[in-house]
Structures are given as structure tokens and as C-alpha cells.
Design a binder for this molecule. Structure first.
Ligand SMILES: Nc1nc2c(ncn2[C@@H]2O[C@H](COP(=O)(O)OP(=O)(O)OP(=O)(O)O)[C@@H](O)[C@H]2O)c(=O)[nH]1
Ligand SMILES: [Mg+2]
Ligand SMILES: [Zn+2]
Length: 311
């Protein structure tokens, strides 16, 4: 029997079979071995084969090749990887300027990961109801302009007041979307708004003040009323964790890559080289300083080029 993985709690995998029935499965041991460097060999969004012999719990016996996926290192410097979700049409990064503050480095690492794994990314700034001063508003406008100029779709919204949620609905319609972001930015709140009968657990206000508290603890796929689906995921503290080779990093910053063609040296790392078109563009303000800082932070994370793409 074939089906779609809609939940993975670690010990159980919930699969929606083609028949429409939902079954809780165990994982066949050999699949765990195959995905050894992965904390979760099966991810939400995977298409899997299920065997049910009737005597024991059904097992996931095989995984179909993935169209794409989003992956992160399980923790900083860890050699294990976590596949956040597979077979995605897009990945939506939910970010907030305050309560909590999402850093631009976090945003840029997420966007670069999505570029690397060929998943179109969308930025959704939530909790704009909290941005009640001129300064907040202009900070939001600047961020929006910066990311739109690079080519990303940017949504500004509030799950609390409903403002901007129509644009999000439009972006999600008919597609399989991952919702990712720091803990407390409102991913589950957004899902509860979009999927009226979802009733996903949402954090207390006090939760957001305790860093490291996660309300959502496993990934779950929920169908959207008008077609398409969203995947709720546990908040992540850092995306400090991408596995590119040094020379590749610039490929995943579209505006840096576009300019890099004009660098004097073909192997330019855009850090110190003479005739570097990227450094010139940063100087002129054509490439945002925060984006360049994020680029450098990824390079510096792996000075010896020892982390490679796991697959
Ligand atoms: N003011 C305001 N609060 C919001 C908004 N969206 C969510 N919240 C609140 O933010 C807190 C965290 O929301 P959650 O939806 O649990 O956040 P999450 O991203 O799912 O968090 P994790 O599951 O831990 O990753 C809750 O108290 C929500 O009520 C918003 O647009 N404005
Ligand atoms: Mg949540
Ligand atoms: Zn250069």
C-alpha cells in the first residue's frame, strides 16, 4: 500500500493511504540503517510503501525518491541531519521583528538552504500588529524592500488581527508548503487560522519569553480547505547548519551570485580579493550589508570545508 507521511513523532509515522485511511506505522529497521546519518529517515511529505501483515503494527517498508527536501544539521556541529520535510512546492519562513526577534542571519541561512535544495522560499513577517511605531514600520518596510529586490515573495501579516492573511492564503493555495521559523513566531497560530478544524497547540504568551521552549514538538501536515496543504514544524533555534562547500555558498545568495560573474578571479571568495565585484557592490550598497554578513557567517562556519551535503 502506498501513502503520504502526514506526521512523524519519532517512534511512530502516520501515513495517509491512497484509500484515504490513516494508519500509524513503525519503521522497518533496514530503513533506519540506510538513513543512518539522519535523525529521521522518513519525513513528513514522503511517499512511502506500507506493509500490514495484520499481526503486528504496520511498517513503513520503503520510501519513494524525493523530489526535494529541506534539511538541517540536527544541532550545531553535529554530524547528524534532520530532514524537516520532503516533496515541497515551497517553504515559508515565518519571521517576526519582535517577540521573538528573528535575526537576518537566520532568515538568510534559511533562504540559502532553500536555494541549495531547490525549494522556492517565501518570507512571511508575522505579528505586525505589534509594530506600532514609525520606527518599527519603517524597519519592516526596509526588510520587505530588501528581500523583494532579491526576488523573494514577502508577506506581512498578523495571525492575531487577520491583517495580511489573504495574501498568505493566495500564496499557499493548491500547494504543499512547509512553515518554518524560530519558536514562538506563530506558525501554529497561522495554521489554526487557515485550517479551522486543525486545533494545533499554540504556545502561551509566557512561552515566548523562555528561549528553548517549543510548543510544537513534531512535524504535521494539515490540509487546507481550498486545496493544498501546510506542514507545521517545531521551531528551530538556528539554521547555523547548512552543508555547502565554500565555493558554492555564493550560488545560494542570488544577488551575490549575479554580481560575482564580474569578479576578476574565477575562484573569488568575495572576502578580500582585488577586483571583487561583490565587495564593490556591498560598498555601493547594491548588496545589503546584512546579506553579505550572512554570507560571511556561513563561510566562517566551515573554514576547513569539512561539511558536505549529506546526499
Ligand atoms: N501579537 C501577536 N501574537 C501572535 C501572533 N501570532 C501568534 N501569536 C502568539 O505568539 C505565541 C506563539 O505562537 P505559536 O503559534 O505557538 O508559535 P509557533 O511558531 O508555533 O511556536 P513553536 O511551536 O514553539 O515553534 C502565542 O502566544 C500566540 O498567540 C500575531 O500575529 N500577533
Ligand atoms: Mg508551533
Ligand atoms: Zn568576488
Amino acid at each position: 500500500m502506498k501513502g503520504l507521511v502526514i506526521k512523524n513523532t519519532g517512534s511512530w509515522v502516520t501515513v495517509r493511504l491512497d484509500s484515504g485511511n490513516t494508519v500509524n506505522c513503525k519503521m522497518r529497521g533496514v530503513l533506519r540503517l540506510k538513513g543512518m546519518r539522519c535523525t529521521n529517515p522518513v519525513a513528513v511529505g514522503d511517499i512511502v510503501q506500507v506493509e500490514d501483515k495484520g499481526d503486528d503494527a504496520p511498517v513503513v517498508s520503503d520510501i519513494e525518491p524525493r523530489r526535494n527536501y529541506i534539511i538541517r544539521r540536527a544541532s550545531n556541529l553535529s554530524k547528524e541531519f534532520q530532514i524537516i520535510a520532503a516533496n515541497l512546492d515551497q517553504a515559508v519562513l515565518v519571521a517576526t521583528l519582535t517577540n521573538p526577534e528573528t535575526s537576518t542571519t537566520f532568515i538568510d541561512r534559511f533562504l540559502a538552504t532553500a536555494e541549495a535544495y531547490q525549494v522556492p522560499a517565501v518570507l512571511a513577517f508575522n505579528k505586525i500588529d505589534l509594530l506600532d511605531t514609525e520606527e518599527w514600520r519603517s524597519q519592516l518596510d526596509e526588510l520587505r524592500a530588501m528581500y523583494e529586490r532579491i526576488g523573494y515573495t514577502v508577506i506581512t501579516m498578523s495571525a492575531a488581527t487577520g491583517e495580511g492573511t489573504d495574501s498568505l492564503r493566495e500564496v499557499l493555495a493548491g500547494k504543499m508548503s512547509l512553515l518554518s521559523g524560530n519558536s514562538g513566531v506563530g506558525k501554529s497560530s497561522i495554521i489554526n487560522l487557515l485550517v479551522p478544524d486543525a486545533q494545533v497547540r499554540v504556545g502561551d504568551v509566557s512561552h515566548t519569553h523562555h528561549k528553548g521552549m517549543h510548543t510544537t514538538t513534531f512535524s504535521e501536515l494539515l490540509d487546507l480547505p481550498g486545496g493544498g496543504a501546510v506542514i507545521d514544524t517545531p521551531g528551530v533555534k538556528a539554521f547555523g547548519t547548512i552543508d555547502f562547500e565554500r565555493a558554492e555558498v555564493a550560488h545560494y545568495f542570488p544577488e551575490i551570485f549575479a554580481v560575482a560573474a564580474d569578479c576578476r578571479f574565477g575562484n573569488c571568495t568575495h572576502t578580500h580579493e582585488p577586483g571583487c565585484a561583490v565587495l564593490d557592490a556591498v560598498e555601493r550598497g547594491d548588496i545589503a550589508a546584512s546579506r553579505f554578513t550572512s554570507y560571511l557567517s556561513i563561510l566562517e562556519e566551515d573554514p576547513d570545508n569539512k561539511y558536505r551535503k549529506p546526499y
